[in-house]
Ligand binder design. Structure first.
Ligand code: DGL
Length: 280
């Protein structure tokens, strides 16, 4: 047993879709969530910068006492997973869970025609993280599409409407033309756009997100490593969740509760990593 919190990291709000699934599957656990809103979106940033920001964010979660780390961001996973595993798992025996492999596995199970579409940020698509994760499966065809504006809409709290639908139609048209029957939402922000993406892709295309499958992996890691929180929690012994952002003047504090639910009781600001040359 280990009563320390699970640390969950994202560039902003998207990781809340993973946090929701972790809370649902592991209701006794405490969560400490950090959204690096001061630097969101990560998608257009150079990979080296995303790696630096991600390791910085994970360090903050380790300082907050995290017993396991969930990189709830595809872009951060693509940029920093192997460094993070070396630093925290090899160096400190803290398991690091990511979002790409669980979604890739779920897509392989879901597809019938072996044509899988992947949408994500510019950085995730350029990294080919999903193409590599799916490469070992014979006979699969993978079609990728970057959707850079989606994260900005989510961070602004705009998850529906004709303008967004028009953008989605443009982004998704090439994948529809290829006839994919399964679409990986390869960005943790995108489950918040499931309505519009599902409407554009149509009923015959299965949408695969990493939230529930990543929560499954988190569950297994905690069980296998004997890290579960002690079970008996009653009145007065509820799980304690902390939500941290690097920019409280963003919409994060307002939208976190809307996107995750009543577990978000307050949001605290932590100082962000100053980037070289003063870039934000
Ligand atoms: N939610 C993140 C992802 O899964 C990052 C989005 C961004 O900050 O660009 O890729």
């Amino acid at each position: 047993m280990d009563n320390a919190p699970i640390g969950i990291f994202d560039s902003g709000l998207g990781g809340l879709t993973v946090a929701r699934a972790v809370i649902d599957q592991l209701p006794d656990e405490d969560i400490v969530y950090l959204g690096d809103t001061a630097h969101a979106p990560y998608g257009p940033r150079p990979i080296a910068e995303v790696r630096q920001l991600t390791l910085w964010g994970l360090d903050r979660l380790v300082e907050a006492g995290a017993k396991a780390l969930v990189i709830a961001c595809n872009t951060a996973t693509a940029a920093a997973l192997s460094d993070a595993r070396e630093r925290y798992w090899v160096g400190q025996h803290i398991p690091v869970i990511e979002v790409v492999t669980p979604a890739a596995r779920a897509a392989v199970v879901a597809t019938h025609n072996h044509k899988i579409g992947v949408i994500g940020t510019q950085a995730t698509i350029q990294s080919e993280a999903y193409v590599n994760a799916l490469a070992a499966v014979p006979g699969l065809r993978v079609f990728q599409q970057a959707c850079p504006l989606f994260v900005e809409y989510v961070e602004a709290g705009q998850t529906a409407g004709p303008e967004l639908e028009g953008i989605a139609r443009e982004y998704l048209a090439p994948l529809k033309e290829e006839g994919v029957d399964t679409l990986i939402l390869g960005c943790t922000h995108y489950p918040l756009l499931t309505g519009v993406i599902g409407r554009v892709m149509g009923d015959n295309v299965r949408l695969v997100t990493s939230s529930a499958t990543t929560a499954n992996v988190t569950y297994n890691e905690l069980v296998d490593r004997d890290l579960l929180h002690a079970p008996c929690r009653g009145a007065g012994d509820e799980p304690q969740h902390q939500f941290l952002t690097t920019d409280a003047s963003s919409r994060f504090p307002i939208l976190a509760r809307r996107f995750l639910g009543p577990e978000v009781q307050s949001v605290s600001e932590v100082p962000s990593l100053p980037l070289e040359g003063g870039a934000q």
